[in-house]
Structures are given as C-alpha cells and as structure tokens.
Design a protein. Structure first.
Length: 342
C-alpha cells in the first residue's frame, strides 16, 4: 500500500540511488495549531526538489532555500520554526503554532528497502533513529503505538495502522477498498461466493473466501479495526455482524435501508447479543451526502468511519437513523453506533 510516507521514502531511495544527496525531515513536536502532526515526513534532494510536507508550504520553502544556498546537514539536526510570533507569521504557521523538526542525511537507503518490503506484506514497522550516531534500525511495531521522540531517538511508524474488513466483493466494495487503501487502511475483502471472488482485482488488498464469521474470529479484531458489510445478502452480512458486534472493533456497519436495518436489528436480537452490542451497529451505513453512485456511497461510508475513528459527532445523518454517542477510536474504545443507507 502506498501511503504518503511510503511514497516519500520510495522517492528518497530513488533519488539516493540516482546519485543525489538526500535529506529526510520529520516533524517531532508541535505546539498550538501547527499544520502537520508529529511524524509527518518530507524528503529533499540537493537541487531543492521535495516530496511530502511538514507544514503548509512556507517551512518547506525555507528548507529548500537553505539547501540551494549550500547548507549541507551532515548529521541529524534539530530545527525549530515559529518560536516567536513574528517567525510563526513568516512561516505561515497558525497563531501560536510552533514546530520542531529533525533533518537527517540519507546515508544508506537499505533500511528503506526493508520498510517498503515489509509494509508491502501488510506489516506495521517502526524506524528508530539515534540522533547521536545517525544509526537507523527497523523493527516490528503494533497497532496502538504512536510516533515518539524522547530527545535522543525518534521512532516513526510505517504501514497499515488501521484495518478494514469488507464483506462482499461487488462494485461498491471495490471502490471502497481502493479509497480505504489511500487512507492507510489494511483492507481485507471477504466473500465466499464463487462468482464474486473470481472478479476481485484490487491490488494491495487481501482476499478471503472464508465464511465471514469464521474470518472475524480468526482475525481477532481490535479497536483499530472497522467492519463494513455490503453484500446485500442478509445471510452473509448477519453472520459477520453476530461476531463483529461482540468484538472491540471501533466501527461496525451494514448496508441497507432504514426498514431493512430495523429488521436486521430484530434478527440480531434473537441471538446472544446484548442491547448495547446491537446498538453499536451503524445502519443505514454512511453519512448522508446525497450520493447514489458506488463511488459516492463509498465516500459517505468512509466519511463516517473517519468521523467515528476521531470521535466526531455524526451530524450528517438521514432523519430517523440511529447513531451512537461519540467516543471514537481515538479514545481506544470499542465505540460507536449507527448510520445511513444506500
């Protein structure tokens, strides 16, 4: 999967292989309304070309200007912007915004090859940079970990920190999977129906022909997982919901009208699910954006998933839709509740 960070690393490796001097610039700390979060990455080569970003643009311009005027950082170096009100204004930082960066020369790109190879296998890995020596190591990471900097070492994560299980391999699922990949989700599509799995062709995703409930148990869903059931087949959708609603997955949603969602809740109540577990179901799925095409519906679904992940109230819902209290994955809770249709 090509997240922005992986694209930055890939380009940096290619520049290095082409004989250019290359520097990586990483946001390590922010205060106030800094535009990019800790861990944001930029690569810059000796002629001033850049990929990625660490701010809204003005900080990048200053870094480029330094390189073009001959500045060559030979070891990991701390750089601060926006320390004063005047400097914050100069570099386009919001009022009170400050950020600190680490700028490091790319001496050996072999660690990038390892990061790209392991993330291509859907692994979550961490890069550890020792500021004193400039040494870089790549090690396994786990969902729930975040970017860290303790003054001596930087630890940045790469790979799919979030996972989405899509039930059904139809046209909507295909578009949904492509968009979810761009949002740094590891995407697994599950559809045991022979006529569907033969046509699945979304690079970067994993496909399973297992029964949905069996796959949920095998995956051991955690609070960084979302489950989206869009088969239009109640037998398959209900199977996954019976297991997913009991899991800590931060989002569980199913496609269907308000009437079908009501009937689905009634069916689920016949099994060993509590009222609270059934109330976690987002249905009808997605925010009410007025769309009707598969791509528009996929956008509405992902908009809701993102809102739930960040604990944002689901205000853009169809009238009559049930939706849980905000809590979101940001609180590491197994949160949320409900959504609109298609």
């Amino acid at each position: 999967m090509d997240s922005l960070d992986l694209q930055v690393l890939s380009q940096a490796r290619d520049w290095h292989a082409g004989g250019h001097a290359v520097w990586l610039v990483t946001v390590i700390e922010t205060w106030g309304s800094a535009p990019r979060p800790p861990g944001a990455l930029l690569a810059m080569r000796d002629d001033g070309q850049v990929v990625g970003s660490v701010s809204g643009g003005c900080v990048e311009d200053d870094l480029i200007d330094r390189v073009r005027h001959g500045e060559r950082v030979a070891a990991p170096t701390l750089v601060a912007y926006g320390v004063t009100k005047e400097e914050a204004a100069r570099f386009g930082l919001p009022c009170g915004g400050n950020l600190r960066l680490v700028q490091e020369p790319l001496r050996d790109a072999r660690w990038i090859d390892e990061v790209l190879a392991r993330t291509a296998r859907h692994e979550l890995v961490a890069r550890r940079l020792e500021l004193a020596s400039g040494a870089v190591t790549v090690e396994p990471a786990h969902r729930g970990e975040t970017f860290t900097f303790d003054g001596q070492r930087l630890r940045a994560l790469y790979g799919p920190r979030w996972r989405m299980l899509v039930i059904g391999a139809g046209q909507l699922s295909r578009v949904l999977a492509q968009m979810a990949l761009a949002l740094d989700f590891e995407v697994i599509c599950c559809d045991p129906r022979e006529e569907y799995h033969l046509t699945w062709d979304v690079p970067g995703t994993t496909f399973s022909k297992a029964m949905p409930d069996d796959l949920v148990q095998e995956l051991q869903l955690d609070p960084h997982c979302a489950v989206v059931a869009v088969t239009h087949d109640p037998k398959l959708d209900d199977l996954v919901l019976l297991e997913a609603l009991k899991s800590p997955a931060f989002y569980v949603g199913a496609l269907g009208s308000r009437g079908n969602t009501t009937k689905r809740r009634q069916r689920l109540a016949l099994f060993d699910l509590s009222e609270a577990e059934i109330a976690r179901l987002h249905g009808p799925i997605g925010l009410d954006l007025g769309g009707r095409t598969p791509a528009e519906i996929a956008v509405s679904i992902l908009a809701e998933v993102i809102a739930v992940r960040h604990g944002v109230p689901l205000a853009q819902k169809k009238p009559g839709s049930a939706h849980p209290l905000p809590g979101g994955a940001a609180a590491a809770a197994a949160a949320p509740g409900t959504a609109p249709l298609r």
